[in-house]
Each structure stands twice: as structure tokens, then as C-alpha cells.
Write a protein that binds this ligand. Sequence first.
Ligand SMILES: NC(=O)c1ccc[n+]([C@@H]2O[C@H](COP(=O)([O-])OP(=O)(O)OC[C@H]3O[C@@H](n4cnc5c(N)ncnc54)[C@H](OP(=O)(O)O)[C@@H]3O)[C@@H](O)[C@H]2O)c1
Length: 232
Amino acid sequence: MGKTIGLIGGTGKIGQGLALRWGLARESVVIGSRKKEKASIISQQINGKIGEELVIPRTNAVCIEESEIIILTVPFEHLIDTITPITGLLTENHIIVDVTVPLKPFRKGKMVDVLSESELGAKSATELLRNHIPPEIPIVGAFKTISNTILLDTNRVPTLNQDIFIFGGNKSVKRVIRDKIKLIKFLKPVDSGNILSARHIEHFTAFLIGLNRRYKTHDCGFSVTGLIDKAW
Ligand SMILES: NC(=O)c1ccc[n+]([C@@H]2O[C@H](COP(=O)([O-])OP(=O)(O)OC[C@H]3O[C@@H](n4cnc5c(N)ncnc54)[C@H](OP(=O)(O)O)[C@@H]3O)[C@@H](O)[C@H]2O)c1
């Protein structure tokens, strides 16, 4: 049996989008929340769309106990506060997937940016997280450049035709996440190197949000040309 996916803060926008897409691919996922009742309500809604009870509601702590792939889908400003009390539940059999982007609060009409190194305390959110998680527990980054709106809108399936940049130091761990991404039709996992790539990819997200605002859409994403179809 494959590793179970758990979404910490999975009741939110990107968490729901991923749960829905995996559910539609017949992959069961656990949705974690600070409040079990909130997780139950959201899971029920997603299961209604899937037509099967594949999304399982849990508290964040139980989500970690019942899943091996722990996807962190909380707002960046709450990332460290969320993970700190539950870090003791993590084992080296877990894989942490960081989805967060350390965006600066932005005003209408202004360029979107990410927090500077001095504001963040690291060169990227994923590197900051790495400093808070025991080194034996692998971390990869993924899903930082896909928008929740297209994940949630199943009527616009072709718009999902996007690359998902996966980065992290351990290739076999990245392959586990690659194979989970491949379950979702129209998403293309792209090996994007080690954790240092977070420094670029988090800026890509800020750039995409600027494009979305300029073009009055929520759908912008990446599909890199020239990538050969290489096994990795
Ligand atoms: N939205 C996107 O399209 C998108 C795309 C790529 C990456 N991301 C990244 O994914 C992360 C989540 O984004 P989102 O838009 O899904 O966020 P969100 O909907 O605002 O929040 C996600 C979940 O985080 C939990 N949460 C909220 N406030 C919290 C707090 N003070 N402490 C602990 N948990 C809290 C909530 O879960 P409970 O109340 O159930 O605990 C909430 O449902 C962000 O870091 C974002 O940069 C988002």
C-alpha cells in the first residue's frame, strides 16, 4: 500500500483543492485542522463532489499520526507556530511537503513580493522550515505555483495543464511525491533540484500573483517549454 497523504490546514483553499483532485483520482487523503468539526464539514463537502468517502477529517496532530506524507498548507505566517507543537510526532518515515510562500502583505496596484531574508530569518520558507524540523525527516517543496481556484474548479480541467516544481535533497523522496502528483491528471511533476530552488520558486509565485492581477484572472501557472520527457 502507498503512503497516506495528510494535509495540515487542509480545510483551507489549496488544501481543499489538492484533496479534491486526489479524491477524484481515487486517492484517499486525511484533512487536518485545528478543529475536528471544521475538518468534518469540509471533508463532507469534498466527499460529496467525489461521490465517495475518500477524504478523512482529523485534527492536525492525528493527521500526522495517520499519514506518512505531511503536506503543510497553512498560511506562511502560521507555519512555524503550527509545526512546532507537533514536531515531536514526526518520525523519519514521514515526508514533509512545504507548500507555503512567504508573501509580503500587498496593496492594490502594487507589485507582490516575498519577505526578505532579514524579515524571514532564512533565504526561503522551505529553508526556514528545514531549520525547525529534525534533519532525519525529509522535506520537499511542491505545489507553490499552482492556484487553488483551478484545482477547485473541475469544469476547467485543461487549465490544470501545469508543471509542479518539486525540490529537495533526497531524490527517492522526491519520487514518492512525483508519483502522487502523477495521479492527478494534467499535472506534470518537474524535478527542480534541491532545497535552494525554494529561493527562486517562492519568487515565481509572487510573479504569478502579479500576472493574475494584471490579467484579472486567478489561473496563471507554469508550463516550461523545452523540457524533454526524461525519466527521473
Ligand atoms: N491558495 C493558493 O492558491 C495557494 C497556492 C500555492 C501555495 N499556497 C500556499 O499555501 C498555504 C495555504 O494557503 P491557503 O490559501 O490555502 O490558506 P488559507 O485558506 O488562508 O488557510 C489554510 C488553513 O490554515 C489554517 N490556519 C489559518 N489560520 C491559522 C492559524 N492562525 N494558525 C494555524 N493554522 C491556521 C486553517 O485551518 P484550520 O482552521 O482548519 O486549522 C486554514 O483553513 C500558504 O502558505 C500559501 O502561500 C497557496
